[in-house]
Design a protein around this ligand. Structure first.
Ligand code: COA
Length: 597
């Protein structure tokens, strides 16, 4: 059963998307994903395999009996476990080939694979696709792929290097399975990996008196975004996340030295590091200075303006210039953009638009471009003298103000360059720019309904239909499925897809932006853009689009149906799934039947 190259998921051209993932392909297989969650890696594999004509259905790992039921209903040719926290039941792996994605090199076993590799400062790591057997991660190997290990946060390595390696290895394993005749082998004595235990907090412990900044950063990176490093701040137990290096500030080891916006700076034995986020016991993850109001008593260490600091330090919004091009980065943790962050970014954008340049590139952050409004801050709004509904309202207005500033920018050509993923409002905020370029590995979730039927704003009703047609826009919103960057470009939603990895992408973006700025037709292009905006404004003002969207959002925030508040609570509290949404579990569709061979 060769998997071959099948038609793309999304037909070419604007306005032709009907939301349908190819259901039948004679050369495709039925592949069941057993997974803990539909995370970005699972989404990417879902898209890659669907694109190749396989019919992929998803079941969350809730209980053995539920997984067994899914297998019975779907009768898969192959089972893939992209992100699993428990062993696959024997009743399943004994009767089906189950391919498990392990974020470790061949021979590595255990649940803290990446944590050990990062904390121990390894230079090379990998992903192994192995067949499930009785002992977890110890089965025969179908494929593997490796990568140089960056000194970076675990979640960042997972979303970038691990995801790219996993896609390559899973596609290879699936092709081997489909072709038949491949015999997977258990790792031999030459395998470099070994069984490692779960990494306990004792191994993660930071000794602020003795550990230097490099060690502290490695420990915090290895624990990001879960489980964090257990520590104490202001005399209270908490978990630390989101570490940044600091080159200048100094103090006695362990001392809290300063605050800047939402980060706190703490001295190590040979320097200092910034801590961006913390989780107090029983609370959700929050920006450090907000989680601890006492942080306001620390001296403030402001940066001057928006220019990117030459020395390493905490800086969430950073501006750089190369000739006629300005680059605005916004490194907001997890891509969540709170009210204050949106307001500061709008200020920075307006300032950048006053510079004597021709093109502004909105670079977002390395891992995320934007995931829309900040659901954690909204959830805890009561603690800061507001309410979740009021904070949602303030946040969506602040992000709309930013979108409006970008849409109304007549002085510059604007480019949204997505190095990292974008979801919900973030995916539409990018579209406010004149051009949207995405790295080829980026995953997009341009829809809102998964968050308790949220209607959405960010001018999506103005921006999306001209790109994909009215029916296309409805389908994207209704189907609530992820989209790869190449799919977004085929669809006409985004403008270009450029090869990664991120460093190469940024170089390519800079070159293309410089070409745009130097092109002789730039003045004509700017004039045409201004004319189009004015014509659009005359036909229907931005204020009217915004008011219509916000009227729906007001109902979501303040209306009698609490779905959004309930969904947000479960999202930020990371409530375990109790069922798989029907749009993912095709085998649970009414009328689903296994096709007759
Ligand atoms: N606000 C606050 N936190 C957010 C967030 C948001 N809008 N979007 C993502 N996050 C956080 C997650 O809680 C998670 O936190 P962690 O560090 O504690 O693990 C982290 O970002 C990564 O999210 P995750 O869901 O694991 O990433 P993913 O790449 O697998 O999935 C999305 C990406 C966008 C599909 C998913 O994060 C999502 O649905 N986010 C909500 C988007 C939304 O509804 N925004 C509001 C409407 S504009």
């Amino acid at each position: 059963m060769p998997s071959g190259t099948a038609p793309p998921v999304f037909p070419l051209g604007n306005g032709t998307y009907d939301g349908a993932i190819p259901q039948k392909n004679p050369s495709g297989m039925r592949i069941l994903f057993l997974t803990h969650a539909f995370n970005s890696l699972t989404q990417r594999l879902f898209c890659e395999l669907s694109e190749r004509g396989h019919e992929v259905s998803i079941e969350f790992d809730i209980a053995d009996s539920v997984a067994e039921e899914a297998v019975a209903l779907f009768q898969p040719h192959l089972i893939v476990a992209p992100f699993l926290k428990r062993a696959i039941p024997e009743t399943i792996w004994k009767n089906h080939v189950c391919l498990v994605v392990h974020p470790g090199i061949v021979g590595d076993r255990g649940p803290s694979a990446l944590d050990w590799a990062i904390q121990e400062g390894g230079e090379y790591w990998g992903v192994t696709v192995l067949q499930a057997e009785a002992e977890m991660d110890a089965g025969p190997v179908w494929a593997s792929a490796g990568f140089p290990l960056r000194p970076a946060k675990k979640a960042s390595i997972y979303r970038n290097e691990v995801t790219e390696a996993a896609v390559g290895a899973v596609l290879e394993a699936v092709e081997r399975f489909a072709a038949g005749g491949f015999v997977p082998r258990h790792p031999g004595p030459e395998a470099r990996g070994r069984l490692r235990p779960v990494m306990q907090q004792t191994a993660r412990h930071i000794d602020w008196q003795r550990d230097g900044s490099a060690t502290v950063l490695a420990k915090l990176n290895a624990a990001d975004g879960f489980p964090g490093v257990a520590d104490e701040l202001f005399g209270e137990a908490c978990r630390l996340f989101d570490a940044w290096p600091e080159a200048a500030l100094r103090g006695s080891p362990g001392e809290l030295l300063a605050r800047r916006e939402t980060g706190i700076c703490r001295a190590t034995s040979d320097g200092a590091v910034w801590i961006g986020h913390v989780k107090r016991e029983g609370d959700i993850k929050l920006p450090a200075t907000l989680a601890f109001p006492a942080a306001q008593n620390l001296p403030e260490a402001p940066l001057e303006g928006w220019w990117k600091s030459k020395a390493p330090t905490w800086q969430d919004i950073a501006y750089e210039e190369a000739g006629e091009v300005g680059f605005l980065s916004f490194e907001f943790y997890n891509g969540a953009m709170g009210t204050a962050q949106c307001r500061r970014l709008t200020e920075a954008f307006r300032w950048a638009a006053g510079r004597p340049t021709q093109v502004i590139v909105l670079l977002g952050g390395e891992d995320f471009w934007s995931n829309g409004i900040h659901l954690n801050l909204i959830e805890t709004a009561d603690e800061f003298g507001s309410t979740p509904a009021d904070e949602s309202w303030a946040n969506i207005n602040a992000i709309d103000d930013l979108a409006e500033a970008v849409l109304n920018c007549e002085t510059h050509l604007t480019v949204a360059a997505l190095q990292g993923n974008a979801g919900a409002g973030g995916a539409f905020l990018a579209r406010a720019a004149d051009l949207v370029w995405a790295r080829d590995g980026v995953m997009l979730n341009p829809h809102y309904k998964n968050m308790g039927n949220l209607y959405g704003s960010e001018f999506w009703t103005y921006l999306l239909p001209p790109r994909v047609g009215e029916e296309g826009a409805r389908a994207i919103m209704r189907h609530r499925l992820p989209m790869t960057a190449p799919e977004a470009v085929k669809l006409g939603f985004y403008d270009a897809c450029l090869p990664g990895p991120s460093a190469a992408f940024r170089v390519d973006v800079a070159r293309r932006a410089a070409e745009l700025a130097a092109a002789p037709d730039l003045p004509a292009r700017l004039a045409a853009k201004a004319a189009k905006r004015r014509a659009d404004e005359a036909a229907k003002p931005l204020a009217a689009w915004r008011a219509e969207e916000l009227a729906e959002m007001r109902r979501n925030f303040y209306g009698f149906d609490p779905s959004y508040h309930v969904a947000r609570y479960h999202f930020v509290s990371k409530s375990p799934h109790s069922w798989t949404p029907r749009h993912l579990a095709k085998h649970r569709d009414l009328g689903w039947e296994v096709p007759v061979a």
